[in-house]
Design a protein around this ligand. Structure first.
Ligand SMILES: Nc1nc2c(ncn2[C@@H]2O[C@H](COP(=O)(O)OP(=O)(O)OP(=O)(O)O)[C@@H](O)[C@H]2O)c(=O)[nH]1
Ligand SMILES: [Mg+2]
Length: 358
């Protein structure tokens, strides 16, 4: 997970350290000069005092003096150093599929936090930069907080089934994610029914039925080619009559550029009035996924995103960017093909995965 981003950040940190080592050497040389001058002055004082037969003052060692002087010395982080650092960082972030507007935001905020900041000479500049970077990204990730579990719990107090519709382009993991979410809800004690709303792709209904069979969940289906609105509507009626808590509705994958297919989604929303419309996309798609999320949100309106295939993503930029760009929260991350490979979105978890070994 995020292998290439981690490697790049490690190299970035090393580069700052090298620059910092040169700086420290210069500082140490300067400190030595200062101490030497002091020593000379003191030597003269001692000679005078000795001639006056006074008690000889206790002498502090040359080395101790340098250590103290260096430790107490502070350096102000200047704009030029920050600009150099940010130039490298921006390239890394862009190469890692962080969306341009997010790169700019990270850079701007980091600059604000670093320029003019004082650091003790013993403090590593690279540690300061990485720590501040973590805080900035954490803040960006936390902009659109949403707790799926709390939402489900509070909405179910209304005593009608919760309707959750999953949308997105082809092959990104919608159907698998529906099965994972179903499993998770059942683990929490809720009852679930699945709606086979992908009536378009051959084999899609059977695929959902197979998940239903494995998980022990009922699937409401019509034949291939039927109106998905009718399928989802039926699933809601079924849930109402049987007292089932949650309807999870599959839909056919569609490109955000196909107007007639996007219009069909708008119709599904109008007719079935979902409590949540969740956009599913794969982390490995990078800026494409972010762009698709933006366009689905503009065209049909989404309440949040689930990013799949995080386990196979070396870059991480999609996860960093998608919520900022859409203004909608990330609800879950898909971390594998198994039913339990679903992690509730947690900014700290993500930061730990990105920066853990750096
Ligand atoms: N590694 C990994 N693979 C995943 C993840 N989620 C889904 N997949 C795999 O992605 C492939 C496509 O998943 P589907 O659930 O069929 O995707 P879909 O969006 O429903 O596809 P269409 O119905 O064709 O639009 C399958 O092989 C899944 O096992 C994930 O989090 N990690
Ligand atoms: Mg599917």
């Amino acid at each position: 997970m995020f292998k290439s981003l981690k490697e790049k950040l490690s190299a970035f940190k090393k580069k700052i350290d090298e620059k910092f080592r040169r700086e420290v050497k210069e500082e140490v040389a300067e400190a030595k000069e200062v101490v030497k001058k002091e020593e000379k002055v003191e030597q003269r004082r001692v000679e005078v005092k000795e001639s006056e037969k006074e008690e000889k003052p206790k002498k502090v060692g040359f080395k101790d003096k340098i250590v103290t002087l260096i430790k107490e010395r502070e350096i102000v982080i200047d704009e030029k150093s920050v600009d150099d650092i940010l130039e490298d960082l921006e390239i890394i972030l862009l190469e890692s599929d962080v969306a341009l507007e997010v790169v700019e935001e990270i850079s701007r905020r980091l600059k604000e936090r670093l320029v003019g900041r004082r650091r003790k000479i013993g403090e590593r500049l690279s540690d300061i930069v990485i720590n501040e970077l973590k805080l900035v990204i954490l803040d960006i990730l936390d902009r659109n907080r949403f707790d799926f579990d709390e939402f489900v719990e509070s909405r179910l107090k209304e005593k009608r089934p919760l309707n959750v519709v999953f949308v997105g382009v082809n092959g990104t993991g919608k159907t698998t994610t529906i099965a994972k979410v179903a499993k998770r809800l059942m683990d929490f004690g809720y009852s679930v029914v699945l709606a086979a709303g992908d009536t378009f792709r051959a084999g899609a209904i059977e695929q959902l039925e197979e998940h239903g069979r494995r998980l022990g969940v009922k699937v409401i289906k019509h034949r291939q080619g039927a109106d998905p609105c009718a399928v989802i509507y039926d699933a809601i009626k079924h849930a109402e009559s049987k007292g089932i808590d949650v309807v999870l509705a599959d839909t056919a994958g569609r490109m955000h550029t196909k107007k007639n297919l996007i219009d069909q989604l708008a119709k599904i929303k109008r007719v079935t009035k979902p409590d949540l419309t969740i956009f599913v996309d794969e982390s490995i798609a990078g800026n494409d996924a972010v762009e698709r999320a933006r366009m689905f949100n503009e065209a049909v309106g989404i309440d949040g995103t689930i990013l799949t295939k995080i386990d196979a993503d070396p870059k991480g930029g999609t996860a960093i960017s998608i919520s900022y760009v859409t203004g909608k929260p990330v609800l879950f991350l898909g971390t594998g093909q198994g039913y339990d490979d679903l992690v509730k979105f947690d900014s700290k978890w993500l930061i730990e995965r990105i920066f853990g070994e750096i």
